[in-house]
Design a protein around this ligand. Sequence first.
Ligand SMILES: [Fe+2]
Length: 314
Amino acid sequence: MIKEYIVSSTERHSIWELAKEIFTHTSDHSDKTIFSNSLIVEAQLELKIREELYRLSRTGEYDAIIFRQLVDNSLIDIETPNKVRIRRNIDYIFEIIPLLLMSATGFPIAYEVQHNGRIINDVLPVEEFKNIDNSTAGVAKRFNLHTEDAYHNFPPDFIGLFCIRNNEKAATLVSILSDNIFTDKDYSSLFEKLFINQANAGSAQNYNYEVKRAILFGQKSKPNIRLNTARLPQIDNKQISSLLSSFVDILNENSQRVVLQSGDMIIMNNLRCVHGRDAFETDFSVEKRWLLRVLSRRDIAECLVEPFNVNVLL
Ligand SMILES: [Fe+2]
């Protein structure tokens, strides 16, 4: 289920003060320094917010949570950049807020093959890429449902999207692996290691790791998922291939539209949800849609064998 949490004005104030303290008391603004500080003061986040993040990340009571009005949008007066930033610095106080919340779900991570390994990724439309499908820079076409970085050896456990602005009211699509998916058909083939997940065009071009994996894994009664429906794994067996497409149809039918507004944040369990985005229209101005994406993993020990691929701030 998706939990919706309306942040109170006291909580909003307290989170902002915490972020401001980290920002003003760090000598440099590299993501590494800011992260160390975030991890230490994350325990000072308001108790109710920490409780909700615990329910998301530890007990699994929620599959996703939306925090409404986490930040007073009058404090966000920065223009949307033309293109994604790749310098590994934290530029603004409000960027620390999604980092703080994600620190309560696990360790923030980034991929060296994306945005130069920057830990806070800009998600924004870019005019020259507007017709590219399944791209964060595209707008004219839908971004199909996927688990984040399904192709990667170490995909994130959680993905957070913090909305700086979304005047276009573009909808984020979220579909949860509900239990009733398994009532009408036998999906056991999807639990077999038969599938190769591909990265989307334009994303992670240098990462070419073709391991066959299962699409569904873990407990059969409440499985986890790893799948990119934008580039479905090719499978020769017609029966399994049609089973996969009927599974994707159900995910699409179950998907919910979430419109994030300035100051909102959604955090999804990347093992239980697939997400995407509707096509939308924008004028590509300095007021264009701008989200910040932060990823986290509960366990980073295994990422350290591939430090050249995963940016783990320690
Ligand atoms: Fe995504």
